[in-house]
Design a protein. Structure first.
Length: 344
C-alpha cells in the first residue's frame, strides 16, 4: 500500500455508477474505472521493461535541445487573465525548437520585473488558443511560459504534422527518433530554457495536465526542474494502457497497436511510468478514479513509479464533468500551487 501522503478530494469509492445512471457524468457511456477499484489503483503494479538505451536516448534528445541558441520572440501584448491583471503582463511569442520547428507560446511576466520562479505549463491534447491556467496556480512573482508543442493548435501548426489528436499521436510512430512526442518534449525543454534566457535563471518548475502531464513526466528526465505537478498524466504503462478501451488519443494508439504490435517497441521509449521511475524531482500527481480518456491504471502507474519525494491527490473523475467537480478542482489547484511553491 502507498505510504506517501495521499489526499482524496472526494469519496474513496465515489458512486460512479449512480452518477452515470442519473446522467450526471459526461464523457463516455462505459465504465471508465475499467474494473479497477481504489484499493487496486493504490497498489503499485509491475512496470514495463525499459529499452536498454532508454536513458541514453533521452540524454541525447536533451543535449540536442539544450544546444540550440536562444530564439524567443515576443510578438504582441495581450489582455491578461483577470486573476492576474494586477500582477502580470501577457505576451504571445514563439521560439525555434529542434528540427527547425517554430513553436508558439504565451509568456506571463511579473509587473515588478523580479521573478523568483520560472514555471513551464504543459497543455492537454487540444493544444491551446489562450493561456488557460488553473486559478491560483501562478504566484505574483512567477515568470510563466506556456508553450504549444509542435503540430498542435493554434500557435504551433506545423506542415506535415496532423493537428488533431488521433493523427498527431501516431505521427512518426515507426521509429523512436521520428516519433512526434520526442520533439514535443524537446519543445518543453526549449520553453524552459527560453524563459531562463529572457528573465534570468531561477528555480524551474513544471505543471501539466493530461497530454502535458504525460509529456511532463518524460520532460522531468532533463530540464533541471526543482518541483513538478502532473494531473491525470497520460502515456503511463503502455502495454496495459493499450488493452483498455478509451476515447481520444489513447484510443488511437490502442487501435494502431492492434494492427502494428511492433509499435510497442517504440512506445517503450515514451512511457511516462518508465520515465517516472528515473525521476527524483519532487512531484505531486493528481490522478482520477474514473476517466474515459486516460485510463486510471496508467495515471496511478506514473505516480507509483516516481523515484523521488511525491504526493498523490485523488479526484473522483477526470476528463469529464461530475457532481462536486468544481470543488475538487479548486482544492487540487490549491494543493498544486502550494506544492510548486514549497521550494527548499
Amino acid at each position: 500500500m502507498n505510504t506517501n501522503p495521499t489526499t482524496f478530494l472526494g469519496d474513496e469509492e465515489p458512486p460512479h455508477h449512480q452518477w452515470h445512471e442519473q446522467g450526471r457524468i459526461d464523457g463516455w457511456p462505459g465504465d471508465a474505472s475499467y474494473g479497477w477499484p481504489t484499493a487496486k489503483l493504490l497498489q503499485p503494479q509491475p512496470l514495463p521493461e525499459a529499452p536498454s538505451d532508454f536513458l541514453a536516448f533521452w540524454h541525447d534528445a536533451y543535449a540536442e535541445a539544450e544546444a540550440l541558441p536562444p530564439s524567443l520572440r515576443l510578438d504582441s501584448e495581450l489582455d491578461v487573465p483577470p486573476a492576474l491583471a494586477t500582477t502580470h503582463r501577457l505576451h504571445r511569442g514563439s521560439f525555434t525548437s529542434t528540427d527547425g520547428v517554430r513553436v508558439g507560446c504565451f509568456v506571463l511576466l511579473p509587473l515588478d520585473g523580479q521573478p523568483t520562479m520560472n514555471l513551464t505549463v504543459g497543455h492537454g491534447y487540444g493544444g491551446r488558443a489562450y493561456p488557460e491556467l488553473d486559478e491560483g496556480i501562478v504566484a505574483a512573482t512567477d515568470a510563466v511560459i506556456l508553450p504549444v508543442t509542435r503540430g498542435l493548435p493554434e500557435l504551433s501548426i506545423t506542415p506535415g504534422i496532423p493537428s488533431e489528436a488521433w493523427g498527431h499521436v501516431l505521427h512518426g510512430i515507426e521509429s523512436p527518433s521520428t516519433y512526434v512526442l520526442r520533439g514535443c518534449i524537446q519543445d518543453l525543454w526549449r520553453a524552459s530554457a527560453e524563459l531562463d534566457h529572457l528573465v534570468g535563471t531561477r528555480p524551474r518548475t513544471y505543471q501539466g495536465v493530461s497530454f502535458g502531464g504525460g509529456t511532463g513526466a518524460l520532460a522531468l528526465l532533463g530540464g533541471n526542474y526543482a518541483r513538478a505537478a502532473l494531473h491525470v498524466p497520460t502515456f503511463g504503462n503502455h502495454p496495459l494502457r493499450v488493452t483498455l478501451a478509451c476515447v481520444g488519443s489513447g484510443g488511437a494508439v490502442a487501435s494502431y497497436v492492434q494492427e502494428h504490435p511492433e509499435a510497442l517497441d517504440v512506445l517503450a521509449y515514451f512511457d511516462a511510468a518508465t520515465a517516472a521511475s528515473r525521476v527524483t524531482t519532487p512531484t505531486m500527481v493528481g490522478a482520477a478514479l474514473w476517466d474515459p480518456a486516460v485510463p486510471p491504471p496508467g495515471q496511478f502507474a506514473v505516480y507509483h513509479a516516481l523515484a523521488g519525494p511525491k504526493e498523490l491527490v485523488v479526484t473522483s473523475c477526470g476528463h469529464t464533468d461530475y457532481p462536486g467537480a468544481q470543488e475538487e478542482e479548486s482544492r487540487r489547484t490549491s494543493m498544486f500551487n502550494s506544492w510548486l511553491h514549497a521550494l527548499r
